[in-house]
Design a protein around this ligand. Structure first.
Ligand SMILES: Nc1ncnc2c1ncn2[C@@H]1O[C@H](COP(=O)(O)OP(=O)(O)OP(=O)(O)O)[C@@H](O)[C@H]1O
Ligand SMILES: [Mg+2]
Length: 383
């Protein structure tokens, strides 16, 4: 779709933004590979929009440079950058038809024969039959697609999207996430998408940069971030993590053994984000869906070699595909465990004594010097 074959990547080097004494974005190095769907994910106020606006040229960086491909565009005004932005409020021109809304960028550049391009673009966003409508006759999701078409028709090397789905209800949001992903795959240009919704970032992006307080905490594929969080913020912000405060009993031969309230747990040394030292502290993490629950009466049936300890069910919520349990244990208060609803054990009700057990390979280790609650519930606050 884009004429430019090369140079669609975005490179930020040492880019930062301060407002008076406040630093919105700390010096940041970031490369967005050409053709990728890249998400900037973080809670409100962490600097996502500021970063995006610096790429677009709508904000002057305090330090650092912006490259698009090989070209340093730091000093170029927004309209000279091969970049288009779709904002959350994607205000279409209300008096123009959908066709003319999409044609706008071409007409402004003095291009006369726009029909083929506009038709192609409307087809891409599956709105060919709505060409003669006015924006108010379209649903929120359809208007959103017009906004994307209106930006893409300029053949930008990079499309920037700042919470473009924020105004849509949940169901439409989910639909549009898949739709945007399809469009990106089809046109193959680089998308940089800003969102505070971790599920949205994980659904759409090849690579996610998790931002916190003006810094990128971790960058990687969604599964990599989820399975191998390097900080407590990432562990808690992306999904739910159970973090257990433990002491390192042994660290040798690629294996780490820790103790927590008398329980002995094992994890691979390779899954520790910090060097474990015998006698030192370690935060041991495990995701809720990795843990199995056995009623205490069946404790003898659990296979050898698994991490295990006992607890008591404090709460359970049936949510259809799974049941979410909260377990109290001296090892860790308020552990979350998600059990798929395949064969439900009627004994697993609040008050029941249970054994939690999981494969040691599914355990990760984090530096215990961090705030164990970093990133908890920031998602809800900003939703
Ligand atoms: N013009 C400005 N002057 C002073 N501070 C600003 C200015 N613009 C942004 N900030 C501050 O910089 C920080 C980052 O803002 P930014 O808009 O990048 O956040 P964000 O991650 O996009 O948040 P949200 O998810 O709420 O949109 C915020 O604390 C904000 O208050
Ligand atoms: Mg923002």
């Amino acid at each position: 779709m884009t004429d430019k074959k090369a140079g669609g990547d975005v490179r930020l080097t040492g880019i930062s933004k301060t407002y008076g004494s406040f630093t919105a974005v700390h010096p940041l190095d970031l490369t967005v590979p050409e053709g990728s769907f890249f998400a900037l994910l973080g809670a409100s106020g962490c600097g996502k929009t500021t970063t995006l606006r610096m790429i677009a040229g709508l904000e002057d960086p305090t330090t650092g440079s912006v490259f698009l491909g090989d070209k340093d565009v730091t000093d170029l005004p927004p309209y000279k950058r091969p970049v288009n932005t779709v904002f959350q409020s994607y205000a279409l021109f209300p008096h123009l038809t959908i066709y003319e809304n999409v044609a706008f960028g071409l007409r402004r550049r003095g291009i006369r024969s726009v029909k083929k391009q506009v038709d192609d673009m409307l087809e891409l966003v599956q709105l060919g039959d709505k060409a003669k409508h006015k924006p108010h006759q379209l649903s929120g999701g359809q208007q959103q697609r017009v906004a994307v078409a209106r930006a893409l028709i300029n053949h930008p090397q990079v499309l920037l999207l700042d919470e473009p789905l924020g105004a849509l209800d949940l169901k439409l949001r989910r639909q549009m996430q898949l739709e945007l992903k399809r469009i990106q795959t089809e046109v193959g240009i680089t998308f940089v998408h800003v969102t505070h919704d971790q599920e949205e970032a994980m659904t759409m992006a090849d690579t996610v940069a998790v931002m916190n307080g003006g810094r990128v905490e971790q960058l990687g594929a969604p599964s990599e971030l989820y399975e191998n969080p390097q900080t407590t913020f990432v562990a808690n912000f992306l999904g739910t993590s159970n973090l257990i405060e433990a002491e390192v009993a042994e660290a040798a031969g690629g294996q780490v053994v820790v103790t927590a309230a008398g329980a002995k747990l094992r994890l691979p040394a390779a899954r520790c984000a910090t060097q474990p030292r015998t006698g030192g502290k370690l935060l041991v993490g495990v995701r809720p869906e990795k843990i199995s629950l056995a009623h205490a009466d069946d404790a003898g049936d659990i296979a050898d070699g698994r991490n295990r300890f006992t607890g008591k069910i404090a709460d359970s919520s049936f949510i259809g595909v799974s049941t979410q349990f909260v377990i109290d244990s001296p090892v860790c208060p308020e552990l979350e465990v998600y059990v798929q609803n395949i064969e439900r054990d009627p004994r697993l009700v609040p008050g029941a004594e249970v054994v939690l057990h999981w494969n040691p390979e599914h355990t990760f280790g984090l530096d215990a010097a961090q705030d164990i609650d970093a990133g908890v519930e920031t998602v809800e606050e900003t939703a």
